[in-house]
Structure formats: structure tokens, C-alpha cells
Design a protein around this ligand. Structure first.
Ligand SMILES: Cc1ncc(COP(=O)(O)O)c(C=O)c1O
Length: 370
């Protein structure tokens, strides 16, 4: 079976380098927030084109720290999409802010800029004022930042880019995470830049905001053992930072391999009833996932499984329809109609850099028969 994702293959491909990095940390005697974290933060910032990045425990915390760094919490509404990892919404709730979920553009599966403008022009009654928007760059593709940035600026609302699935993706040549007020990243093992455990980071162009977020991730300490404000424990450990430094060195090549596999899949799908992913003009897609749209999704998924092709569904149940949220979360005027339609038809094909050419050809011949 060819799996949809395979983080173990990523480790094996860099085993000697990763093992040496882990041994270096074990020998050092320093395991949390040390030289490896500091080095990774500056190397990742340089690679992104950000002033600073701050490592933290995971991508959910990165979003919550970003919101807190923008003074968003109780008494604020934060707009985002329902078609995302539940983490995006959970992070808003961790801060005490109120989420407002709006629909997606059905072609690119990212936040619908027209509905964003509508909810900022006419906020739904009964909610606190909208203070921030989280644009999720889903599947490795940029949300429509040209429109979103303009709308946020017009309303004086902060913009956070959720780049958990978009390490290295770009809009007009600028890497995502450096365009809004703050960018956030997850290093969950299957991500384009994945640790071998949990990890996350916040990116910002503002050095003082970076210092504040760095303090918030460790009890509000700017000086050891002195909390200037109430913070949390969301530290990145030295082992994950050392592994991430190794993997960052391979990320551009790995993203290029993902793009080449995506191009092969595009060609295989031409003339079939399956729609390949659309590319937004003037952006670079890094194919965290290759998500097709197909009418009889569950039957086609079973057919692919029979011929040894594993697939995934990202995500089968929109956030607003999950038991914890159904009927308890504010929605934009469209009621997330496109989100619900997409959830029935999306299917993620195998995509990770270590797929061999033979694996790719096997997936292509299976999808040609759909
Ligand atoms: C879009 C999105 N946002 C946030 C997260 C949260 O990241 P983590 O799992 O590291 O907390 C993820 C990953 O699961 C994600 O895909």
C-alpha cells in the first residue's frame, strides 16, 4: 500500500544527519530553549524573510500566542474558516476570543474574500467587535491575500496567517507568514517541515512583538523567574530544534519534489472526471496535500485502496458540524455552504517527497482509471 503520508520515510532519508543532530543535543546536557532553538529560530527567520521567529510547542499554541501577542482575547471576535484543522478554531478559543466561521472559495478551498468583506462591513449582531482574521493557507496554497490584506487594513483588523500547511509557499514572491501581522507554523511530523514530535513557531516582522511572544511562551518571563505578564509553557525542545535545522536545509528541494509529483498527477487526471487542484495566479503552491474533487468520493477512495493507493480526507467534517461546535458557533451569512459541499467530495492523494517515481506512476495509472 502506498500511504498518503509517510513521516518515517522522511527520517530514513536523512537518518545520518538527524542521528548526529540528536546525539549532539544528548551530549550537550541542555534540552529546552537553548542554542539549537536559538539557531533554528534565526535560520528559519532568514529562510522565510522574517525579522524573527519564535519556537513553541505546536502550531495550535503558535496561533494562540500570536493572538495574545496582538492583545486579542476575551471581548474580541476572530474570523476564520470552518474548512480547516480544528486547531485553528481551538486556538481562538484558548485565548477567550469568540470565533466567527465563514465560507471558502470553492476553487481554492481558502477563505472567501467577499464573505470576509461582508462580515466586516456588517458584523453579525450579538458578537464582540471583530479584531482579527486568521487566513489559513490550506493544502500548501496561499489564501487570497491581495483582497484579504486590503479588507483587513480598511477595517483596522489584524491579520494572522496560519501557515501550518504552507512552509515555503509564496504570494508575489514573498514567503507566506511574512505578509500579515503575524505568521504561524506547525512542525507536526507530516508537515512540509516536520519535526519528529511536536513543534511550532510564530513569525513576525516586528522585533518588540517577537520579544513579547517569546516571553508569553514561557510564563511571561523576560528575565528568568520573573513574570511580567501571565504567560504559558509552550517551549520548543532542543532535540526537535536540532532535527528541524537538518530538515530546513532540505526543504526547498523537498518542496520542488512535491511540486514535480503534483505536476505528474495533474497530467494523469487530464480527461478524467476528477478535478485537480486549482493554482492561484502569482502564488507558489508547495503541495502539503494534493487534493482532488470527485463526485462519488467514498466509492473512488475504496477503489484506490483496492489497488494499493492510500488516500486521506482533509477534512471530512467541517468544524461547525462537529459535535463540540454544531449549533454553538457563529457562522457568516452563507452558513458555510461551500465548505459543506467540499467536505463530501475532497480526496487527498499520496504526497510526500520520498515517493519513488514508480510509486508516482502507480498512483497515476490508478487515477487515470477513475
Ligand atoms: C491549518 C492548521 N492549523 C493549525 C494546525 C495545528 O498544528 P499542531 O498540530 O502543531 O498544533 C494544523 C496542524 O494540525 C493545521 O493543519
Amino acid at each position: 500500500m502506498i500511504p498518503q503520508a509517510n513521516p518515517g520515510a522522511g527520517y530514513r532519508a536523512m537518518k545520518a544527519e538527524i542521528d548526529a543532530a540528536v546525539a549532539r543535543v544528548l551530549d550537550s546536557g541542555w534540552y529546552i530553549l537553548g542554542n539549537e532553538v536559538r539557531a533554528f529560530e534565526s535560520e528559519f527567520a532568514a529562510w522565510l524573510g522574517a525579522t524573527a521567529t519564535i519556537g513553541c510547542a505546536n502550531g495550535t499554541d503558535a496561533l494562540a500566542l500570536a493572538l495574545r501577542g496582538l492583545d486579542i482575547g476575551p471581548g474580541s471576535t476572530v474570523v476564520t474558516v470552518s474548512h480547516t484543522a480544528v486547531a485553528t478554531v481551538a486556538a481562538i478559543q484558548m485565548t477567550g476570543a469568540t470565533p466567527l466561521l465563514i465560507d471558502i472559495d470553492p476553487l481554492h478551498y481558502t477563505l472567501d474574500p467577499a464573505e470576509l468583506a461582508a462580515v466586516l462591513d456588517n458584523p453579525p449582531p450579538g458578537l464582540p467587535p471583530v479584531r482579527a482574521v486568521i487566513a489559513v493557507h490550506l493544502y500548501g496554497q496561499a489564501a487570497d491575500l491581495d483582497s484579504i490584506v486590503t479588507t483587513c487594513r480598511r477595517h483596522g483588523v489584524a491579520l494572522i496567517e496560519d501557515c501550518a500547511q504552507a512552509h515555503g509557499a509564496a504570494s508575489h514572491g514573498r514567503r507566506l507568514g511574512t505578509i500579515g501581522d503575524v505568521g504561524t507554523f506547525s512542525f507536526y511530523p507530516t508537515k512540509n517541515l516536520g519535526a519528529l514530535g511536536d513543534g511550532g513557531a510564530v513569525a513576525t516582522q516586528d522585533a518588540e512583538r517577537a520579544a513579547r511572544i517569546a516571553a508569553l511562551r514561557q510564563y511571561g518571563w523576560r528575565t528568568h523567574y520573573v513574570s511580567d505578564e501571565v504567560g504559558v509553557n509552550s517551549r520548543l525542545d532542543e532535540m526537535q530544534a536540532a532535527i528541524l535545522r537538518v530538515k530546513l536545509g532540505h526543504l526547498d528541494a523537498q518542496n520542488a519534489r512535491r511540486q514535480a509529483i503534483a505536476a505528474a498527477y495533474d497530467a494523469a487526471l487530464a480527461g478524467t472526471s476528477v478535478s485537480p487542484p486549482a493554482r492561484r495566479p502569482a502564488t507558489e503552491h508547495v503541495f502539503h496535500l494534493y487534493v482532488v474533487r470527485v463526485a462519488q468520493r467514498d466509492a473512488e477512495q475504496a477503489r484506490l485502496r483496492e489497488v494499493g493507493v492510500g488516500t486521506g480526507i482533509h477534512y471530512p467534517v467541517p468544524v461547525h458540524l462537529q459535535p463540540a461546535y454544531r449549533g454553538r458557533i457563529a457562522l457568516g451569512p452563507s452558513g458555510c455552504r461551500q465548505t459543506e459541499l467540499a467536505a463530501r467530495e475532497i480526496l487527498s492523494l499520496p504526497l510526500y517527497p520520498e515517493l519513488t517515481d514508480t510509486d508516482v506512476e502507480c498512483v497515476c495509472s490508478a487515477v487515470r482509471r477513475l
